[in-house]
Design a protein around this ligand. Structure first.
Ligand code: ATP
Ligand code: MG
Ligand code: MG
Length: 548
């Protein structure tokens, strides 16, 4: 059996296993900040972290990185857990950085006692100015020479609530001349008198990301802490803190984040779309969120497959949205149940089919699978709806659908021949008159006729109606964040709502299942469907129209 080549993180893990670096263990973590819903970029990180653990008999912790009391919410925590499970992954422990607040505080005290951290009451502007520039060393503020005792007392007082927001911070004492700006005495703690969704009012000082993240990894004894490339400059600080506090040596590795065309991949921006009601919530089917994709009809398998295909890179790149569509199309082609629906109807009358007669025809659910996954009944009668563009008065030679004197097969039914049609005063076709060939029924055709085209239809007498939502790309440009205001590039035609005729069996459609509307695309029932109104979302067209 041929092995797929290893990605660079797998190579590192295999080397670590060979040298017994972490005692043969692999423990990864997925560390979302609960300040929004997960997007397809997070799916990439989830597939990577959980995938590595799975491959190497390890485990993955789900750690909510909840150090910012202001932006976080339990709604987000719940949605994140739901999305990870839906993607098909199971975490080992559910953890919260906020559960480590006391431990992190104690770590800070260790650094202060070692003379490696100090309280600084300089303003944010003063601190920034004193940091220098990448080519020019920073200058110490007067706080830098404060005694250990004074630092300990002030830090305790910070914690006790003696000071206002922004009055002072705790900084690491590292190196004000280091070419890596992150090592020029970075902030470790800030004062924030804010209610936290888990710790309530217990704390009024909160650790900065850099002081919380690596330490949480270490507390959990994470072996491989995988993050995105923008954290490369943080790595030295990650290592410095672990080394100087003297705790478990977790290691950070960086890979390229997922960027995708015609969308934005940042919770902050997605939140703006939600708050400004430019979309219908986090799970709007046009959103690149996992919940949006799910509502749109994407399957977990297609998303996992997409993440697998794009691989793990060390350089930023832009993935074509069309690749995600390719993955869902490939999946739904194998799994979707075939049904008929007419989105832009015109009436077709079979003049030699008796008035009042009804017939039940049979269609396979899924011809891609042996046995077809069962069948459904399709009622047939004298009057049908067909797609307006399946008829052309003056058709070019290669048009194998309906036109004057042309023959086509009606899917799962009979061959018909067009005898006549009617137009209104604007030249719009209003009715097509055909005759059917009685001995040409699908499956028992003895007519001997050969026709090149097959079209879909629904019986007018039996059709149900449904609202169908057709989606297009959310933005008009490939990379909206390059624009001054990314929202100005929203596609005004990203949603078109139409009313369609559907075959009656689609009234039994279930949320979460994919349906191929024959010749049209893949659709799924929307969560807003009610007993008196069916709503379908178009997941993706049958072919790639993306390049158009
Ligand atoms: P955002 O900017 O969208 O809020 P984030 O990185 O701040 O993203 P977190 O909740 O901190 O969001 O992310 C959790 C994990 O998901 C992190 O390890 C992060 O690196 C990873 N992640 C976030 N966005 C992407 C992306 N586009 N591609 C790959 N991984 C990502
Ligand atoms: Mg983050
Ligand atoms: Mg963020």
């Amino acid at each position: 059996t041929e092995e797929k080549s290893l990605n660079f993180i797998e190579e590192i893990i295999e080397e670590d296993l060979r040298t017994n670096k972490h005692g043969g263990r692999v423990l990864t973590r997925f560390p979302p900040e609960p300040n929004g819903y997960l997007h397809i970029g997070h799916a990439k990180s989830i597939c990577l972290n959980f995938g590595l653990a799975k491959k190497y008999n390890g485990k993955t912790n789900l750690r909510f990185d909840d150090t910012n009391p202001v932006t976080e919410d339990v709604e987000y925590v719940d949605s994140i857990k739901n999305d990870i499970k839906w993607l098909g992954f199971e975490w080992d422990k559910e953890l919260y950085t906020s559960d480590y607040f006391q431990k992190l505080y104690d770590f800070a005290v260790i650094l202060i006692k070692k003379g490696l951290a100090y309280v600084d009451e300089s303003s944010a502007e003063e601190i920034a100015a004193a940091k220098g520039t990448p080519t020019e060393a920073g200058k110490p503020t007067s706080a830098r020479s404060r005694s250990v005792e004074d630092n300990l007392r002030l830090f305790e007082e910070m914690r006790a609530g003696r000071y206002q927001d922004g009055e002072m911070v705790l900084r690491a004492k590292i190196d004000l001349a280091n070419p890596n700006m992150h090592l020029r005495d970075p902030l470790l703690y800030r004062i924030k008198h804010a209610h936290h969704h888990r710790t309530g009012n217990e704390w009024c000082i909160y650790p900065m990301y850099d002081f919380a993240h690596g330490q949480s990894d270490s507390i959990e004894e994470i072996t491989h802490s995988v993050c995105t490339l923008e954290f490369i400059p943080h790595r030295d600080l990650y290592n410095w803190l672990i080394e100087n506090i003297g705790i478990y040596e977790s290691k950070q590795y960086e890979f390229a984040r997922l960027n995708m065309t015609y969308t934005v991949m940042s919770k902050r921006r997605l939140l703006q779309l939600v708050n400004e009601k430019l979309v219908d919530g986090w799970d709007d089917p046009r959103m690149p969120t996992i919940s949006g994709l799910r509502r749109r009809g994407y399957t977990a398998a297609s998303i996992r497959n997409f993440c697998d295909r794009i691989g793990v890179a060390k350089r930023e790149n832009m993935i074509d949205f069309g690749l995600l569509e390719f993955c869902i199309r490939e999946d739904l082609n194998k799994t979707a149940w075939r049904r008929m629906a007419v989105l832009d109807p015109v009436k077709l009358i079979i003049t030699n089919y008796p008035e009042g007669k009804e017939e039940i025809l049979i269609g396979e659910n899924n011809p891609e699978v042996e046995g077809g996954e069962g069948e459904r009944e399709i009622p047939f009668s004298r009057e049908l709806w067909i797609e307006r563009d399946d008829f052309m008065e003056d058709a070019p030679k290669k048009f194998f659908r309906l036109g004057p004197d042309k023959q086509v097969r009606l899917k799962n039914a009979y061959i018909i021949q067009c005898d006549d049609f009617k137009k209104d005063s604007d030249g719009k076709v209003t009715e097509i008159h055909c005759s059917y060939i009685p001995n040409s029924k699908s499956g028992e055709d003895t007519s001997g006729l050969k026709v090149k085209g097959t079209i879909h239809w629904v019986s007018a007498l039996h059709a149900k109606t449904a609202e169908v939502r057709l989606y297009d790309r959310l933005f008009q440009v490939e990379n909206p964040v390059l624009e001054e205001d990314f929202k100005s590039t929203l596609n005004p035609d990203s949603l078109t709502i139409i009313n369609a005729y559907i075959e009656p069996d689609l009234a039994n459609a279930i949320v979460g299942r994919g349906y191929q509307f024959i010749r049209l695309g893949y659709f799924t029932l929307d969560k807003l469907t009610s007993s008196d109104k069916l709503i379908f979302n178009r997941t993706v067209g049958l072919r790639d129209n993306w390049a158009k």
